[in-house]
Design a protein around this ligand. Structure first.
Ligand code: NDP
Ligand code: GDR
Length: 321
């Protein structure tokens, strides 16, 4: 089986590549050209991957990529994924995160319509939530250009499935984290900040809204759900979440206490990290995925926090203040 992953250099792409290689897949990764390589997360498997250059902004590059690879499964994970940047670069976010999905679907429709397609949709589409917990049927109310772009990507995936009979699935994934998470996202910012303070490299951690609540899971568990969706007889949409919500404050408390520190002595609130519009709380009901796919998360909130802090502490072991 041949799988094509866009966004293979990102957090999810790297875990998905690990998972698919372990199942005997031939894994092709789409990477965009840059002056320096961004292969840190896939360095351990790079020799086993087939990396190909193409870009979500360039339709012909996607068509040629699919002609060359002829994939059985396509996982479209590439996107501009950091919510704050979507306010400063809303047009680019729309091009990557929204129209990029249509470019992928068009390439697949023309070159390999029998392939199976996974779209990385997001709980950010729920935004100002209409009900708690959210399900596949909860109406969307995005609160950022990123959330709006993802809502477009979700609907165009459903639309291509219904219009052209493609095997196209949309996974509505809630926040998922890991030691490979980018350092600007709140969980990794905290785990890295705690490790730096513990090692004497920093004395404070500057944060935004501590009241926001998220349903945080482990990325390694969530990439399995992506694959499971494509193994079904029929394409459909699934919500993936733990069903537990915690505040940013809870995350801080657990992360600092794991290394024997009191978070209140180090955290400073900084208005530069407050967003123009906030998503106050997200919590998902993933009973459809649990029932139909047989998916369950294996890492809980405490396990996730300690995994991330321990990993960052280990990375800084030899760094001197
Ligand atoms: P990351 O930000 O870690 O990775 C994004 C990837 O997209 C990188 O490989 C990046 O490449 C690539 N990329 C961005 N723009 C382009 C482009 N124009 N052409 C080709 N590649 C591009 O994201 P995650 O791994 O965390 O998330 C994966 C997907 O899932 C994203 O679509 C995200 O929006 C979505 N999602 C994530 C959730 C989460 O909690 N992590 C939850 C719900 C949805 P490069 O290395 O070159 O920058
Ligand atoms: P999110 O993730 O916006 O949910 O999108 P992020 O970790 O950036 O923010 C989560 C919440 O924490 C609050 N917060 C801070 N956030 C950051 N980044 N930095 C801070 O200092 C800070 N202080 C408080 C935020 O206001 C927010 O409420 C992630 C991305 O992976 C998306 O691509 C994905 O679709 C969604 O998760 C589901």
């Amino acid at each position: 089986m041949k799988a094509l992953i866009t966004g293979i250099t990102g957090q999810d792409g790297s875990y998905l590549a690990d998972f698919l290689l372990s199942r005997g897949y031939q894994v092709f990764g789409m990477v965009r050209r840059s002056s320096t390589e961004t292969f840190e997360r896939i360095a351990h498997i790079k020799d086993r991957l087939n990396l190909k250059q193409a870009d979500l902004l360039d339709q012909l590059s996607l068509i040629e990529l699919m002609e060359e690879v002829q994939p059985d499964e396509i996982y479209n994970l590439a996107a501009m994924s950091f919510v704050p940047t979507s306010w400063t670069q809303p047009m680019l976010t729309g091009e990557f995160t929204a129209i990029g999905v249509t470019r992928m679907l068009e390439a697949m429709r023309h070159v390999c319509p029998q392939a199976k397609f996974y779209q990385a949709s997001s709980s950010e589409m729920f935004g100002q939530v209409r009900e708690v917990p959210q399900t596949e049927l909860t109406p969307f109310h995005p609160r950022s250009p990123y959330g709006a772009a993802k809502a477009y990507g979700h609907y165009i995936t459903v639309n291509y499935r219904e219009s052209y009979n493609l095997f196209a699935c949309s996974g509505i994934l809630f926040n998922h984290e890991s030691p490979r998470r980018g350092k600007e996202f709140v969980t990794r910012k905290i785990s890295n900040g705690v490790a730096r303070i513990k090692r004497g490299l920093d004395h404070e951690l500057r944060m935004g809204n501590l009241d926001a609540k998220r349903d945080w899971g482990f990325a390694g568990d969530y990439v399995k759900a992506m694959w499971m969706m494509l193994q079904q007889d029929h394409p459909d949409d699934y919500l993936i979440a733990t069903g537990q919500a915690h505040s940013v404050r809870d995350f801080l408390e657990q992360a600092f206490s794991h290394v024997g520190l009191d978070w209140k002595q180090y955290v400073v609130q900084d208005p530069q990290f407050i967003r123009p519009a906030e998503v106050d709380q997200l919590m998902g009901n993933s009973s459809k995925a649990r029932r139909v796919l047989g998916w369950t998360p294996e890492v809980d909130f405490h396990g996730l926090v300690t995994m991330m802090v321990d990993s960052d502490l280990a990375k800084l072991q030899t760094v001197k203040p």
